[in-house]
Design a protein around this ligand. Structure first.
Ligand code: GDP
Length: 364
């Protein structure tokens, strides 16, 4: 599955937030199978209001959301790129995730020590990013020497990679993350193969005080401006509140959220933002037994979508009966959509779109 790493300086509220996420996941465990929870890995359901709409039309007995994995990656300190603290292990863990959520301390609380002695989320974000950029710089500089030799020997692929690396190095040396480098569509694959830390999409998670969860505060406003300038994601949550909500019985949550002026738990926003960051596509299978959401990467085709459900579906793929979510709703279900000519028969080259309701035909 897809993974989002939770990263931040010590004492910013990472564990509090991660525990709230896994508490929520644990509460869901009875309803949703395959919910495995390891000490620092939690799989959570991705809230999607379309599931309820679809299941009501189809009269499904069960709703099964798609899932996203969060990994709590502790151990970041200044100097991580030089192996300080748990430096190397920390960087290795980040390399394995698809996106990074930076938890930033935006709460003032004299009882909670700040490692740098002041609350400054922008400086904290820069501290983290600097370590990641230094690690990327070092790894690219190491690689480029060998490649240059091969490029001089006439290896065209090596030459192209050297060019790509040099361009990325200019960005990194300028103190900017690799994701700010200009990459052509044809170069995308080679760029991803570099497996850099700072080319992963970033989400800033502003951890504010309890009273500010609905409004944010001056600190989170500064982070918002930074996120907008970089095209990064941002969510404002209060880890403390989320920890409390996670422990409440489901039927008491609504009332508690109302007293705080919140429409939904911050965790739901966090999960959705993490999911959106990955530019994933959600498609649905809908029937009387269950309405279920599935995840694939953007650009994947119908047979690969079928393969998410079962490898046999992909191997024997014939076609996918496909109805767009909006059409499914407007026509009040499959029969209506079929009658209105809104059910498409899509073949093996069809690129799956977000919201597609799909039924796969396959031969054994
Ligand atoms: P980590 O080191 O980043 O994992 O941070 P923790 O989750 O262990 O939190 C460090 C301390 O900050 C704990 O004492 C938390 O109770 C406290 N804390 C976390 N979030 C908040 C918050 O939103 N407001 C306040 N006042 N304290 C918080």
């Amino acid at each position: 599955g897809f993974k989002c790493g939770i990263v931040g300086l010590p004492n910013v509220g990472k564990s509090t937030l991660f525990n709230a996420l896994t508490e929520t996941a644990a509460a869901q465990a009875a309803n949703y199978p395959f919910c495995t929870i390891e000490p620092n890995v939690g799989e959570v359901a991705v809230p999607d209001p379309r599931l309820k709409e679809l299941s009501q039309i189809a009269g499904s007995k069960e709703i099964i959301p798609t899932r996203l994995t969060f990994v709590d990656i502790a151990g970041l300190v200044r100097g991580a790129s030089k192996g300080e603290g748990l430096g190397n292990q920390f960087l290795a863990h980040i390399r394995e995730v698809d996106a990074i959520a930076f938890v930033l301390r935006c709460f003032e609380d004299p009882d909670v020590t700040h490692v740098e002695g002041r609350v400054d989320p922008i400086a904290d974000a820069e501290t983290i990013e600097t370590e990641l950029m230094l690690a990327d710089l070092e790894s690219l500089e190491k690689r480029v020497a060998g490649l240059e030799k091969r490029a001089k020997g006439g290896d065209k692929e090596a030459k192209a990679t050297v060019e790509l690396i040099e361009r990325t190095l200019v960005v990194l040396r300028d103190g900017k993350p690799a994701r700010m480098a200009e990459i052509d569509e044809e170069e995308r694959k080679a760029f991803e193969a570099l497996n850099l830390l700072t080319s992963k999409p970033v989400l800033y998670v502003c951890n504010v005080d309890e009273g500010e969860a609905a409004t944010g505060n001056a600190h989170s406003e500064r982070v918002k401006a930074k996120a907008e300038a970089e095209g990064a994601g941002i969510v404002v949550v209060s880890a403390k509140i989320e920890a409390e909500i996670a422990l409440l019985p489901r039927d008491e949550r609504r009332e508690y959220l109302d007293t705080l002026g919140l429409e939904e738990p911050g965790l739901d926003r966090l999960i959705r933002a993490g999911y959106e960051l990955l530019h994933l596509v959600t498609f649905f299978t809908v029937g009387p037994k269950e309405t279920r959401a599935w995840t694939i990467e953007n650009g994947k085709k119908a047979p690969q979508a079928a393969g998410e459900i079962h490898t046999d579906f992909e191997k024997g793929f014939i076609r996918a009966e496909t109805i767009a979510y909006d059409d499914y709703l407007a026509c009040k279900g499959e029969t209506g959509a079929k009658d209105a000519g809104k059910m498409r028969l899509e073949g093996k080259d069809y690129v799956v779109r977000d919201g597609d309701v799909m039924h796969f035909r396959f031969a054994n």
